[in-house]
Design a binder for this molecule. Structure first.
Ligand code: AQP
Length: 347
């Protein structure tokens, strides 16, 4: 039994694959902002993950990296007191991912549902990077020995894999870890932080599918850069059923679309779903949807406005990323050097 205690540190990332949406905001970015109050945080634009499905044209990828950074800043992430950077500028992520490719088992990766979803029927033709993506994600987190990872519910399985990798490394290399002068475990087991009423925001067109950047239907999601009219229109067209809203949360069972919209309202106003139903129980969607749309516009419009302003200052954004990468490297490099010593690589 190890008694190692690790400094609490938060790490999380968002892929710059375009169409940043309300799910990314409520499932992840809002949590990033809140955790700054209590933890040292690293927030990463995970650009190396963004080439696992399709290689984007370079100018598009650059723009998407700046857009995610702008979203972090506009939402309230503080790059002075915390660390904001893009993954590819800190080579330790890729270096550690290779080690983890040799720690993780193929059987573990074969169980990852996101790979199955994203590769679809064309598995043989998917990139090796898409398959080994969870190993890179484990490296993203463990390169900083991060202890807490705020993510949406869809990332739960990948976090479990990161814990399995950390456990196997700690156990298989226990003797080398000890002889290199480390007491107890080398890696913490990172904890997912999946909390609140919008951990899995669903598509506005289909309550059984998660809201996703890659959904071909733009009506399925609220993009962070949508203007007020577009948000109003998308909410108006959101799929619902014919019933009135229930007065208690139990009444949302089996009503995926209603549950999703109530969850979004609750998360946007930082109250419980039950509090939302206290106000709207018994009301029709024709009453609820305009109130939800207005709330979404009030919350998202200032963020979109600030994102656009920041996107017009690409040099400023690039400076933040470069500075953040430098700060991130000062944490990751010594950890990576220890890993090299543990493995027996000469340096
Ligand atoms: N629908 C969602 N509800 C709640 N949280 C979500 N997240 C993503 N979708 C939802 C969370 O946002 C963070 C960043 O996600 P990502 O960009 O790294 O990857 P993803 O999960 O693959 O996002 P998308 O938007 O769904 O993209 P595609 O279409 O490429 O699959 C993560 O914390 C994620 O949980």
């Amino acid at each position: 039994m190890s008694h190692t205690s690790f400094e609490q540190r938060v790490f999380s990332g968002v892929q710059p694959t375009g169409n940043l949406h309300l799910g990314n905001y409520l499932g992840a970015i809002v949590k990033f902002v809140a955790l700054q109050e209590t933890h040292n945080c690293l927030y990463c634009v995970v650009d190396q993950h963004a080439i696992t499905a399709d290689i984007q044209p370079p100018n598009v990828l650059k723009n998407n990296i700046r857009e995610v950074t702008a979203a972090f800043l506009a939402a309230g992430v503080d790059p002075k007191n915390h660390i904001v950077f893009n993954q590819s500028q800190v080579s330790e992520h890729a270096e550690l991912a290779w080690v983890f490719n040799c720690i993780a088992r193929i059987g573990w990766l074969n169980r990852m549902t996101q790979f199955k979803d994203k590769a679809g029927k064309n598995k043989e033709n998917a990139s090796v990077g898409l398959f080994s993506y969870p190993n890179l994600m484990a490296a993203d987190i463990l390169a900083y020995k991060a202890t807490h990872v705020p993510v949406g519910d869809d990332q739960k399985q990948h976090l479990e894999l990161a814990r399995d990798i950390a456990t196997k490394f700690n156990q298989d290399l226990a003797e080398a870890i000890r002889s290199c002068g480390h007491e107890g475990d080398f890696f913490p087991l990172p904890e997912p932080l999946i909390q609140g009423s919008a951990t899995r925001v669903m598509s506005l067109r289909d309550g059984s599918k998660k809201m996703s950047k890659s959904d071909p239907s733009d009506l399925s999601r609220i993009n962070l850069l949508d203007d007020a009219d577009t948000i109003m229109k998308k909410m108006r067209k959101a799929k619902t059923d014919a019933e009135a809203l229930p007065s208690g949360v139990d009444g949302l069972q089996g009503r995926a679309e209603a549950d999703n919209l109530v969850g979004i309202f609750a998360a946007l106003s930082n109250i419980s779903k039950q509090s939302v139903l206290n106000d709207f129980g018994g009301k029709q969607f024709s009453d609820f949807k305009p109130a939800l749309a207005e709330l979404a516009v009030t919350t998202l419009s200032p963020i979109a406005c600030e994102m656009k302003r920041l996107m017009n200052e690409p040099d400023y954004i690039d400076d933040i990323l470069r500075d953040g990468a430098h700060k991130a490297k000062t944490i990751a490099r010594p950890i990576m050097d220890d890993i090299k010593d543990i493995l027996g690589f000469i340096r």
